[in-house]
Design a protein around this ligand. Structure first.
Ligand code: PGA
Length: 258
């Protein structure tokens, strides 16, 4: 593996899949077969809220990091069905995925909500993985970079530059999520370089080390081409993260490609 200042991060977004017992089973499989990749690749898994305690316990002592898929921005309050930063921090969760396109599209999450969640996560020591991405219509009409600029600026509004050190971004073109259609490696690289350039306007030093992951139908057979691109520092994987074989195959392909 070429030594870069950015480690390869392979993250699994388990979405609304797996009971706690099924989630623990997958953790055990990752631990059993993942030792060869864990040394050089950071593996991050994102189970549902109900599986977090069992997954954190099963992952203890391993190199697996655990992320929540969402949080509310308030510390507590009358917000039926929501989960707060202090609740996740108390469990020992390491990171939190914020602004996934399914949250934005299906649950009406706005750029301003994303910003409040980023602030809340950082306040409670949870490292945010901020998701950004354009729809097919926006891409076809030439608005990709405008949309991404807006999403990024809004997500990071009023953050101190130093906060970038705890941040990861995930570029997830909405048209590629769960569709089997991926951005080409060149399309993804173009966007990642653009995003890193935007981060560099705040801090060139931190932009150089901020992991920018690609997400959207990443599979074992396309991972190498994508992760071989210079500004792709990892993958946020949905469907293919649900079995140890395909998740680890993506990590191995990525490792071989960097
Ligand atoms: P997918 O999902 O890999 O199933 O396309 C990616 C994501 O939504 O993070």
């Amino acid at each position: 593996m070429t030594c870069t200042s950015r480690p390869l991060v392979i993250a699994g977004n388990w979405k609304m899949y797996k009971t706690p017992a099924e989630a623990v089973q997958l953790v055990e499989e990752l631990k059993a077969h993942g030792s060869t990749v864990c040394q050089t690749v950071k593996l991050l898994i994102g189970p549902s809220f109900t599986s977090l305690p069992a997954v954190l316990e099963a992952a203890q002592g391993s190199a697996l990091e655990v992320a929540a898929q969402n949080l509310h921005w308030a510390d507590e309050g009358a917000f039926t069905g929501e989960v707060s930063g202090p609740m996740l921090a108390a469990l020992g969760v390491h990171r939190v995925i914020i602004g996934h396109s399914e949250r934005r599209q299906l649950f009406g999450e706005t750029d301003q909500d994303v910003n409040k969640k980023v602030h809340a996560a950082l306040k409670h020591g949870l490292k945010p993985v901020v998701c950004l991405g354009e729809t097919l219509e926006q891409r076809e009409n030439g608005f990709t970079f405008e949309v991404l600029s807006r999403q990024l600026a809004a997500a990071l509004a009023d953050l101190k530059a130093a906060a970038l050190g705890d941040l990861a971004l995930a570029y997830e073109p909405v048209w590629a999520i769960g569709t089997g259609r991926t951005a080409s490696p060149e399309q993804a690289q173009e966007v990642h370089a653009f995003l890193r350039g935007r981060l560099a306007e705040t801090s060139a030093a931190l932009a150089a080390v901020t992991p920018i992951l690609y997400g959207g139908s990443v599979k074992p057979d396309n991972a190498a081409a994508l992760l071989g691109q210079p500004d792709l520092d990892g993958a946020l994987v949905g469907g293919a993260s649900l079995t140890a074989d395909s998740f680890l195959a993506i990590a191995k392909a990525g490792l071989a490609a960097v």
